[in-house]
Design a protein around this ligand. Structure first.
Ligand code: FAD
Length: 420
């Protein structure tokens, strides 16, 4: 078993920053905002030259909207996004069920549905909010080396002009994605494996039999396709897995996948344009630990999994929310460093559970045997539609997917102190 971090750390000398946040994706931006609103000095850097332009993650869950609301940015997100009103299930080219989800979380959250809003918009909203705390992302700045000392972390940054700069940070937050340098520099392993399947994503302008402004799910013999409505007329985010015969080709364009989309979504499906197309191989991995002394891992740096259930970006945002208030109290001297142990204690089990559930769900929708094909194309949509008529099942589904059901009853912080 790993020896836990020391329960008391040496006193903090003069620092360049209290928290160095490496990575300005959604996780890093949320952490910077949560620290900023508590008056903590944070430096947020990213090696890219500016915010990502691709939409990537699309689903914003209720629990994320709740923390957006605390930051005062939920209104902007709701204004820009589209509320998920219903999921239309299609199998073998036929519309098999419509599952209303518009108020599925009524009485459970002030935000009772999933919001469809691209990751780029989420990053923009959180990036703009940083100004309120006097913070801004330092772009073109890369973490290249790091050494941990009992009382600080000595960090080497490569600056936009190519020069190196040494700084001291009391704490380092690795929000630097699946290929995290912080994780590597801490010597933390990232066990897991890639799936054999290759995903494609495309932001398109399309017309066809899809039910307008609602989610359309196509289940077919070899897998699935999803059509998410995006902001603007006839704009759809299309996600699916590449048919086996197209895997392994690195010259693919969106035109190559259109025939298999038409096969399932009907010949009336027509694409006027495609503004972004990408393929990616997904992995399921979780870091063996989320902390090494004064460094923490959050978001994709700590866990990656299949995009089933739109959990990836949301989980990173919740990691940041969980760590921020604890770091703030410790930095202000209002809590001992032991408080920080609860970050791993609370978030590691969430990540492990997520990996298991998304893995099982993913295998169900891609499994390539006759029983799975039968289940996918004949049974799944009907069972889901019938099940979702029952309030208890709707509530369970919402609590699970929206992340509002996550609780930390097993955490040391939830234990009653003797004598109380
Ligand atoms: C094509 C694609 C489609 C996706 N679709 C979905 C989806 O539909 N639903 C879903 O939930 N998830 C989806 N995801 C996953 C989702 O995008 C991630 O879960 C999310 O981006 C994680 O956010 P993050 O901030 O933890 O990491 P990232 O977004 O990866 O951000 C990490 C940042 O760290 C920076 N960085 C890295 N190393 C350094 C360094 N040494 N110094 C300085 N900066 C550094 C990078 O430049 C980057 O900006 C998708 C991902 C991809 C690639």
């Amino acid at each position: 078993m790993r020896a836990g971090p020391p329960r008391t750390l040496a006193p903090v000398p003069m620092m360049d920053t209290d928290v160095l946040i490496v990575g300005a994706g959604p996780t890093g931006l949320m952490l910077a905002n949560q620290l900023g609103r508590r008056g903590i000095r944070a430096l947020i850097i990213d090696r890219h030259s500016g915010p990502a332009q691709q939409s990537r993650a699309m689903g914003v869950q209720a629990r994320t909207l709740e923390i957006y609301s605390q930051l005062g940015i939920a209104g902007r997100a709701l204004e820009l996004g589209r509320r998920g009103t219903a999921a239309n299930m299609w199998a073998n080219g036929r519309h098999t069920a419509r599952i209303p989800i518009g108020d599925i979380g009524r009485n459970l959250s002030p935000f009772p549905c999933i919001l469809m809003l691209g990751q780029d918009d989420n990053e923009q909203i959180m990036g703009d909010k940083l100004r309120d705390w006097g913070l801004a992302v330092q772009w073109n700045t890369e973490l290249i080396a790091m050494a941990q000392h009992p009382e600080r972390v000595a960090v080497t940054l490569r600056l936009p002009d190519g020069a190196n700069q040494e700084i001291s940070a009391a704490w380092v937050a690795g929000c630097d994605g699946a290929r995290s340098s912080v994780r590597e520099m801490c010597g933390i392993t990232f066990p897991g494996a890639p799936y054999e399947h290759v995903f494609f994503v495309a932001d398109t302008e399309a017309t066809g039999d899809m039910v307008a402004e609602e989610l359309n799910v196509y289940l077919w013999n070899k897998g699935f396709h999803l059509f998410f409505p995006m902001r603007g007329k006839d704009r759809w985010r299309v996600i699916g897995i590449l048919p086996p015969e197209l895997r392994g080709r690195d010259d693919l364009t969106f035109d190559d996948v259109i025939p298999c989309l038409r096969q399932e979504a009907g010949i009336r499906l027509s694409f006027a344009s495609c503004s972004w197309y990408s393929t990616y191989r997904i992995h399921h991995r979780s870091a063996t630990r989320f902390r090494e002394q004064r460094c923490f891992l959050l978001g994709d740096a700590a866990h990656v999994h299949s995009p089933m259930g739109a959990q990836g970006m949301n989980t990173g945002l919740q990691d940041a929310y969980n760590l921020a208030w604890k770091l703030a109290l410790v930095i202000k001297g209002q809590a001992g460093v032991q408080l920080l142990e609860s970050y791993e204690q609370e978030r590691v089990p969430v990540a492990r559970r997520l990996l298991n559930t998304t893995d099982r769900a993913f295998m169900l929708v891609v499994a390539d045997n006759w029983l799975a094909r039968l289940f996918r194309t004949w049974i799944m949509a009907r069972v889901a539609a019938i099940g979702m008529r029952f309030n208890c099942i709707r509530q369970l589904a919402f609590r699970t997917v929206s992340q509002i059901g996550i609780q930390y009853r097993g955490s040391d912080l939830s234990q009653t102190l003797p004598g109380l």
